[in-house]
Design a protein around this ligand. Structure first.
Ligand code: SF4
Length: 164
């Protein structure tokens, strides 16, 4: 598994100032994807390793960093989900009071609800980007089919609870 980019300070992917990491590889190939350079599973910057996790966790340490955002590419693709889960777990264990947001083209109810990774996620923005449903006014998502899901509340209540 590889990753594309780490941003030390990101103010556009989730609330507050955050660290973000873009995983490499996505098989969905949505029309007019915002990030097509992340499609190739062999592309990106370098291998995602334990050192990558260490680096991300250290970047999350300062008080002004409100949380971590994991995007792509596709963090939940079978090729990437193990590394995403490892990072998510390590982040939540070290920073229980900071938030973890993940963006995925897979769906919470159809594909993800039984995956271990969701135990560590505060907010999941799910669904592939649909260009015909694009709307600039939407917050945190590109098209209106996508959902901004409160993961822990949704798991507790057994139904999807959205934030937006
Ligand atoms: S799921 Fe995301 S990264 Fe993958 S093609 Fe669609 S918009 Fe691009």
């Amino acid at each position: 598994m590889r990753y594309n980019l780490i941003r030390k300070m990101d103010i556009s992917n989730g609330p507050g100032v955050r660290v973000s990491i873009f995983m490499q590889g996505c098989a969905f190939h949505c029309k007019n994807c915002f990030n097509p350079e992340t499609w190739d599973f062999n592309g990106g910057k370098e291998e995602f390793t334990d050192d990558t996790i260490k680096e991300v966790l250290e970047l999350c340490e300062p008080e002004h960093i409100k949380g971590l955002s994991i995007l792509g590419g596709e963090p939940m693709h079978p090729n990437n989900i193990e590394g995403t889960t490892k990072l998510a777990k390590a982040f939540k264990e070290r920073y229980p009071n900071k938030t973890l947001w993940i963006w995925s083209g897979f769906l919470f109810d159809k594909d993800l609800k039984d995956k271990e990774v969701l135990k560590y996620v505060d907010t999941l923005v799910d669904g592939q980007y649909v260009d015909e449903l694009h709307d600039f006014k939407l917050k945190w998502r590109g098209s209106s089919n996508q959902r901004v899901i409160d993961v822990q509340e949704s798991l507790k209540q057994g139904k999807i609870i959205t934030l937006e």
